[in-house]
Design a protein around this ligand. Structure first.
Ligand code: WT7
Length: 678
């Protein structure tokens, strides 16, 4: 397996792969025309954490390289073996070592004399502030650890978190980690149903939540969704609910189950000595959408995960803990919030900003105001955000002093060259390197990215695999494609922060990621290598959408739609969207017998959108719902989403010769021409 990437490329001309055909028409062509390239600036290079020799060192001996990275952490017992791949694809990294993830993020910085360094600058949406030094954060986590222990949480127990972006979310994650228990953070924008299914799947014993949080200028309740998720005997594994008081809003209270955070803390001691756990002790489960209706519980463990989160954070963001103020805008409910808000930065002793609210509350310059206020040096955000700021115009960021910024990062979806250039010029003042970082919930940490100060960058390209990572773009047969060709993105060797499996479903883990190409991890993304061999991400090749950098499954939304009594059949596609990258478009066939007195399409659309929000969460709401009388299917009954995407993106319909009934697309077209959209 380790030799795979070294394989000689076949000199034979090859047939175009399916994925190349799929993307050939637009994305690949557009990207091929991108010729701008930026060399690293000398002033940045001189003092950069990452030096060019990192590539050579990693290539010469990848395992020794990773072992060196792991040794930068504190180990209660050192490891002697780096990788055990004998039970592939179930990896074990640093398996005979013992460490404590929270100790690495907290105590060791205090012991090194950095207790008075700020760990978190918290900015609430209403403008309230809290500052936690490493010393204070360590005390808060120790207290929380004792409170959780008192509630009976032990090693291996699952704790669900459903919280706003407040310090207590990070404190809870670290306290769970300190005990050797497993957290499952559920994004606060998910519905009660989505929360319940995640609690059930993991058999969580405890739920930590808040009465609510501030978003879009108002207090948004969270606790009612927890109450609904746990209602009756819906989640029998849950014994207690710990509630942070954030908004002070009225909430229902279940005696003997609910407990105020502040009461639990006032009873808890602030003394707690951390102990080491096996490197492979599970650290967290994070649910993410796949190609089926059921989200996958991606499982990460401790030593390898923390090693790669810290290593990438240090080198990709060039983190200088003594002087930088780093800000990643991701919510802790997503993997970016795990690796680049909680674990990577804290393991590196970083000072960082966390912000509770939305970018436009109370005014559209809020982010730039925060950068000015705290003197933020690195900003890590998503292309969707950049595009929406771009749309509002540069006059807004121009009102603020952004001169503290020295590096900009992008994550979550392909960044188009226009947005990349705007980010560089308007936000970065043409002086900040941009790191476009490709990775996934499953990879745990950044896999493909330029190294600032080392790698040339091109607007829209994630460039090259990180030192220590082997990625390859392959054709349908798993063979590397030559430069200037597209294919499927695969990872060819194990990496420390790789997922260790899907919670409770080892078979699905093997099927989903390891069976498409022998011995390689298939990421689900299409990619292209340009003339220099640099990598350009082209989006998903499976039935997974990417809306605002958030992963949504077409199947999951389809099942939510058909669970409504009006809907007989549904097909969902991701259509290109200027701001959000993709937008959810649904085609539905209605059950005439259930409809009653013939509601208008607009009414149907409204009801179904609300239904999807209830089933999954507002992020999954279709932007458009088209009522149709038939769906395009092959003779074997598979919905041809490609044709529906043509309709949704308003272009001529592609090859429909494999349709069972060739008149279907004509009927859908005619219906659209009638203007019956949402
Ligand atoms: C999918 C993973 C990684 C944290 C956020 C999303 C897409 C991610 C990039 C990028 C192009 C990207 C891929 C990937 N993606 N980063 N820099 N360029 N596409 O995590 O929800 O697990 O989604 O996001 O399609 O497979 P996720």
């Amino acid at each position: 397996m380790l030799e795979k990437s070294e394989q000689a490329r076949s000199p034979m001309p090859r047939r175009q792969s399916k994925v190349t055909q799929m993307f050939e028409s637009d994305a690949i062509e557009n990207l091929s025309q991108e010729t701008r390239s930026f060399a690293p600036s000398q002033s940045f290079s001189l003092d950069a954490n990452a030096q060019p020799e990192l590539y050579g060192r990693a290539k010469a001996d990848p395992l020794a390289f990773w072992a060196d990275q792991a040794k930068q952490l504190h180990w209660f017992e050192p490891f002697t073996t780096t990788l055990d791949w004998s039970n592939a694809p179930f990896a074990r990294w640093f398996a005979d070592g013992k460490l404590n993830v929270a100790y690495n993020c907290l105590d060791r910085h205090v012991q090194a004399g950095n207790g008075s360094r700020v760990a978190l600058y918290f900015e609430g949406e209403p403008g309230d502030e809290q500052v936690y030094t490493y010393e204070a954060l360590t005390v808060a986590v120790k207290k929380t650890t004792n409170a959780l222990l008192a509630l009976g949480v032990g090693q291996g127990d699952r704790v669900a978190l459903y919280m706003p972006q407040i310090p207590e979310a990070i404190i809870s994650m670290l306290a769970v980690a300190r005990i050797g228990a497993i957290h499952s953070v559920v994004f606060g924008g998910f519905s009660a149903d989505a929360l319940a299914s995640r609690i059930q799947d993991a058999h969580a014993k405890l739920v930590i939540t808040a009465d609510g949080g501030y978003r879009k200028g108002k207090a948004t309740p969270l606790k009612p969704a927890v109450d609904e998720a746990l209602k009756g005997d819906n989640c029998p594994s849950v014994e207690k609910v710990l509630v942070v008081q954030r908004t002070g809003g009225d909430i229902d209270w279940t005696e003997n189950r609910d407990l105020w955070w502040h009461d639990a803390m006032s009873a808890a001691s602030d003394e707690h000595e951390a102990r080491g756990f096996d490197a492979e002790n599970p650290l967290f489960i994070l649910y993410t959408s796949g190609t089926t209706g059921k989200p996958k519980g991606i499982l990460h463990t401790s030593g390898g995960y923390l090693t790669q989160a810290a290593y990438t954070h240090r080198n990709v963001f060039d983190l200088k803990p003594e002087s930088d103020v780093y800000w990643c805008t991701a919510d802790v409910g997503w993997i970016t919030g795990h690796s680049y808000v909680a674990y990577g930065p804290l393991a590196n002793g970083a000072t960082q900003v966390i912000y509770e609210g939305t970018p436009d509350a109370p005014h559209p310059g809020r982010w730039w105001e925060i950068i000015q206020k705290y003197g933020v040096t690195q900003l890590y955000t998503a292309p969707t955000a950049i595009r929406s700021f771009m749309k509002l115009g540069r006059a807004i960021p121009d009102q603020f002093d952004l001169s503290s910024l020295r590096l900009l990062g992008s994550v979550g979806e392909p960044i188009n060259p226009e947005a990349w250039m705007w980010y560089r010029e308007v936000i970065g003042g043409n002086r900040c390197p941009i790191v476009d970082t490709w990775w996934q919930t499953e990879t745990g940490a950044i896999m493909i990215s330029p190294l600032p100060g080392v790698t040339h960058t091109k607007p829209g390209s994630a460039q090259v695999p990180m030192p220590g990572v082997s990625a390859e773009v392959v054709d349908d047969n798993g063979q590397p494609v030559p430069n200037n060709h597209g294919g499927y993105l695969t990872i060819t060797t194990p990496w420390p922060s790789m997922l260790r499996g899907i919670w409770g479903d080892p078979e699905r883990f093997v099927d989903t990621y390891w069976s498409r190409f022998e011995g390689q991890y298939f990421a689900g993304d299409g990619a292209k290598k340009d003339a220099d061999g640099d990598i350009w991400l082209l989006g998903r090749v499976d039935d997974v959408m990417n809306v605002s950098g958030h992963r949504l499954s077409t199947t999951e939304i389809e099942s939510a739609l058909v669970s409504h009594h009006w809907v007989a059949e549904a097909a969902v596609v991701g259509a290109k969207d200027e701001i959000t990258g993709q937008a959810v478009v649904a085609f539905v066939i209605l059950r005439q017998d259930e409809l009653g007195d013939a509601p208008e399409d607009a009414e149907i659309s409204q009801a179904l959108r609300a239904h999807v929000a209830k089933e999954i969460g507002p992020i999954a709401k279709p932007q458009q719902i088209l009522v149709v009388s038939d769906l395009p299917k092959t003779r074997s009954g598979k919905i041809m989403r490609r044709l529906l995407r043509d309709v949704a993106e308003d272009r001529p319909i592609g090859d429909a010769t494999t349709l069972a009934d060739s008149s279907v697309m004509g009927a859908i077209g005619a219906k659209l021409a009638g203007g019956a959209t949402d």
